[in-house]
Ligand binder design. Structure first.
Ligand SMILES: NC(=O)c1ccc[n+]([C@@H]2O[C@H](COP(=O)([O-])OP(=O)(O)OC[C@H]3O[C@@H](n4cnc5c(N)ncnc54)[C@H](OP(=O)(O)O)[C@@H]3O)[C@@H](O)[C@H]2O)c1
Length: 325
């Protein structure tokens, strides 16, 4: 089968498309023929090892898995003898942030891990695009109690995470203010937000506004900058660790800092329950309250160009790869 391969960490020049043996499923595994996947920030982070911490699971000096890829949508073409939840022919999708080797024509995945059935009426490209950003977005939301009438600011609402969290919040009746650049204002208004701030002309941190929660979905702000905008007891989340891992330390020390910060705090989610995320995403795709934002689609033969594009920092939402087999 064709697969994207790499043997050392680095930018997209390290990749080669090669013919490799098709994997075979173990007793609890499902063999999936991949129809669509994405190139996302997690893939770029793992393969470039730009965050040294990712090497702890992906391999200290060289990658343990030589085929990248963290998400997929496809059809089951074989199952191990102990598999009970999936059958040959099922349309499935899944994600794992430590890598699933999904940038290949086939992959195997344990039925107990991050795999679920694609809801009816959802095509493979949309299913693949609905996983990574939405998984992180859902995990951010699980850590904070937000509902009707509360005010939230989402910084970077056109990202994969930002566009998913914005839709999940709007669906809960939250009053959402979102930031993006000028050319994306209409796309963000279409997600149902109350107000859009063009970050190229207005610095939201300088405004006289109050929010119950600020979600920085692109890691471009800090708790220190945002704290004056949080109402008493308000929370701040960021998709990045922050300078010197500040967001982790501030989250750990939050109970001690509370008397000094009007009970505002940093919350740092550790997204572990992928199966739970897939169930939530499936519900949202089914009731149409979530439609993943898709930027570009590439054929598998051009996947290295897709990596170059995602590394450029220009992507909006999700970059999908489709396979013609
Ligand atoms: N914590 C985790 O486990 C985890 C996992 C995956 C990703 N991440 C991190 O999460 C972040 C978002 O990932 P993603 O895939 O959602 O990103 P993405 O799709 O690449 O989103 C990038 C978005 O950032 C916006 N942006 C760029 N510069 C900005 C600025 N100065 N101010 C405000 N918005 C700006 C852009 O919006 P416009 O086009 O409108 O400018 C663009 O749509 C990345 O930093 C990534 O490293 C974290």
């Amino acid at each position: 089968m064709k697969a994207l391969t790499y043997t050392s960490y680095g930018l997209p020049d390290v990749f080669k498309i090669k013919d490799v043996p098709k994997p075979s499923p173990e007793d609890r595994d499902v063999l999936v023929r991949v129809h669509a996947t994405t190139v996302n920030r997690t893939d770029c982070g793992i393969t470039s090892a730009c965050y040294v911490v990712s090497r702890l699971f992906s391999g200290l000096l060289v990658p343990k898995k030589n085929i990248p890829g963290t998400d997929f949508a496809g059809t089951v073409c074989a199952v191990g003898k102990d598999v009970s939840d999936f059958c040959v022919g099922d349309r499935v999708f899944g994600f794992h942030d430590e890598g699933l080797s999904s940038h290949a024509a086939y992959l195997t995945i344990s039925e107990g891990s991050g795999i679920g059935h694609i809801p009816q009426g959802i095509d493979f490209a949309v299913a693949a695009a609905s996983l990574e950003g939405a998984h992180y977005a859902y995990n951010f939301l699980k850590k904070v109690d937000l509902g009707k009438g509360q005010k939230v600011l989402v910084h970077g609402a056109t990202g994969a995470i930002g566009s998913a969290i914005t839709q999940f919040l709007v669906d809960r009746g939250v009053d959402v203010t979102a930031t993006c650049r000028t050319q994306h204002i209409q796309a963000i208004k279409d997600l149902g937000v109350t107000r859009v701030i063009d970050y190229t002309t207005t610095d939201f941190t300088q405004e006289d506004a109050k929010y119950n929660h600020i979600c920085d979905a692109v890691g471009k702000s800090s708790y220190r900058q945002c704290r004056p905008l949080l109402s008493d007891g308000g929370t701040y989340t960021s998709s990045e660790l922050g300078s010197y891992g500040a967001n982790i330390w501030l989250a750990v020390l939050a109970p001690l800092l509370a008397p000094l910060t009007r009970n505002t705090k940093v919350v740092f989610p550790l997204p572990t329950d992928v199966k739970g995320s897939i169930m939530y995403i499936s519900e949202k795709l089914t009731d149409k309250s979530f439609v993943p934002l898709i930027d570009r689609c590439y054929q598998f033969a051009d996947i290295i160009d897709a990596y170059r594009y995602v590394h450029s920092g220009q992507k909006v939402g999700n970059v999908v790869i489709t396979y013609t087999q």
